[in-house]
Ligand binder design. Structure first.
Ligand SMILES: Cc1ncc(COP(=O)(O)O)c(C=O)c1O
Length: 471
């Protein structure tokens, strides 16, 4: 046998490599634009990757939302769309899939996640109430605020430290929750806004023990728990890998048990559920269901389509089934881990442990010389695009927005550039190219300067704000 120093990453880590449980049937060409074109495009986009045209992007890691590849089964399902205005058979397929895999009684379709957030917030929050949760999410918190609520972060402290390797950094800190209840009273708590695979914390999971304890705690105070189930299949995978007693349980079993400790969930189906558009909200309370169903017709569409076409609902029903297949989730999270481990081996600062849907670069670690009001993560995201045509997203001071009471920047502890990996889209070779580009940007860190914001929209400013380099 020849002795070769070339080793797969799996061999280097002393484990068997994983592979995707699919082969490719259709391809979409992508091309790398020249450095001059990238500089022009970035300037025109005001140094905001949301404002780039996708034609100017080489490898697109802006988001894992709606960017996944559907399976041949899902495309076949698209042809089975029943486009009746009312009572489409695809709705009943989708309703059944949510009931089977998530376990809730009543299902309302929405056009995407924020449509569901709107319905839940408007129906469950009274003005002046508090909504504790395990770290904010941009659209979720804004809907809390628009309904007159105030979000309170009750995630464990470790979540705010990118270097801390706690296996369940998404966990709720029950002491923080208890302190809030003592301060404001249980009747002032609208509900707990719990998220799996916590996006803004770096894709970090919640343990089964934590949600079980949260349920017991909330039962003592009569408080409900609503779950952002957007990435719960990935969260379930981490439970299977890391939590005592779950190694032999399937993702589907773990997901259903997790959901059973909550009172309902909302979903951006564009992520875990493997479709390009869609969402839903599902609850166990018949009265709340009635209220949601009444409201959905005002903002989304009839309660049997909620803004989706019949074909979208069919693809979603199939996507729900595929999303919980163990081989799929293992390879999906495995690809994120692959990219993360390359960067960790080169001592590049990223959020640890590597998350479920994305690798998060720690911009404070890249640029300790750039103050937070010069937006280090926005800078890093722009630099990566300029260097390589790879598009990521800022998840730091710009995304956190301003405190509605004081008008100041919120200055979050985490200042991150997110490289979100679309599901079933890119190969290991793409991940190698991304890793090499990040390394070049890291090596040039000391010469890199900050940005100033020159246009700032009022809400969700990260989508449309514009920047210029500081001379
Ligand atoms: C955790 C989480 N919740 C909710 C949403 C909102 O969903 P949508 O983009 O489908 O409106 C997102 C989308 O990025 C998300 O990541």
């Amino acid at each position: 046998m020849t002795d070769s120093s070339l080793k797969t990453i799996g061999q280097q880590k002393g484990r068997r490599s994983w592979a995707e449980p699919w082969k490719i049937k259709a391809v979409e060409p992508i091309r790398m634009v020249s450095r001059e074109e990238r500089m022009r495009a970035m300037k025109e986009a005001g140094y905001n990757t949301f404002l780039l045209r996708s034609e100017d992007v080489y490898i697109d890691l802006l988001t894992d939302s709606g960017t996944g590849a559907m399976s041949d089964r899902q495309w076949a399902g698209i042809m089975m769309g029943d486009e009746s205005y009312a009572g489409s058979r695809n709705f009943y397929r989708m309703e059944q899939a949510v009931q089977t895999y998530y376990g809730y009684s009543y299902v309302v379709p929405t056009h995407q996640g924020r449509g569901a957030e709107h319905l839940l917030s408007q129906n469950m929050i009274e003005s002046g109430q508090y909504v504790p949760g395990n770290m904010y999410f941009t659209t979720t918190r804004l809907h809390h605020e628009l309904a007159g609520g105030t979000f309170v972060d009750v995630i464990i402290d470790q979540a705010h430290d990118p270097r801390n390797e706690h296996p369940f950094k998404g966990n709720v800190d029950l002491d923080k929750l208890e302190a809030l209840i003592k301060e404001v009273g249980a009747e002032k708590i609208a509900y707990i806004s719990l998220a799996g695979t916590v996006n803004m914390a770096g894709g970090q999971p919640v343990s089964m023990a934590n949600v079980r304890a949260l349920r017991d705690f909330c039962d003592r105070y009569g408080i409900r728990i609503y779950l952002d189930a957007t990435r719960m299949a990935e969260n379930s995978f981490f439970i299977q890998q890391r939590e005592e007693g779950y190694q032999d349980k399937s993702i589907a079993t773990i997901l259903k048990e997790f959901c059973s400790y909550t009172d309902g969930a909302w979903m951006s189906a564009k992520k875990d559920n493997l479709v390009n558009i869609g969402g839903w909200i599902a609850v166990n309370d018949a009265d709340l269901f009635d209220a949601l169903r009444n409201m959905v017709v005002i903002y989304e569409g009839l309660h049997t389509y909620g803004g989706m076409a019949g074909r979208d609902m069919e693809a979603l029903a199939i996507g729900i089934e595929e999303a919980v297949e163990d081989d799929h989730v293992r390879s999906r999270v495995g690809q994120v881990l692959y990219l993360g481990e390359l960067l960790l081996d080169w001592d590049i600062p990223i959020v640890k442990p590597v998350g479920g849907h994305a690798v998060f670069l720690d911009a404070k670690g890249f640029y300790p010389h750039i103050p937070q009001d010069q937006y280090p993560a926005q800078v890093l995201t722009a630099q990566l695009y300029l260097e390589s045509g790879v598009r990521g997203m800022e998840r730091g001071n710009v995304s956190a927005g301003r405190d509605p009471k004081t008008g100041d920047h919120r200055y979050p502890a985490l200042e991150l550039t997110r490289l979100a990996i679309p599901r079933r889209v890119y190969t290991q070779a793409h991940m190698d190219v991304v890793a090499e580009a990040v390394k070049i940007v890291y090596d040039a860190r000391e010469q890199t300067r900050g940005l100033k914001m020159v246009y700032e929209p009022k809400d969700l400013r990260f989508f449309q704000s514009r920047f210029e380099p500081i001379a």
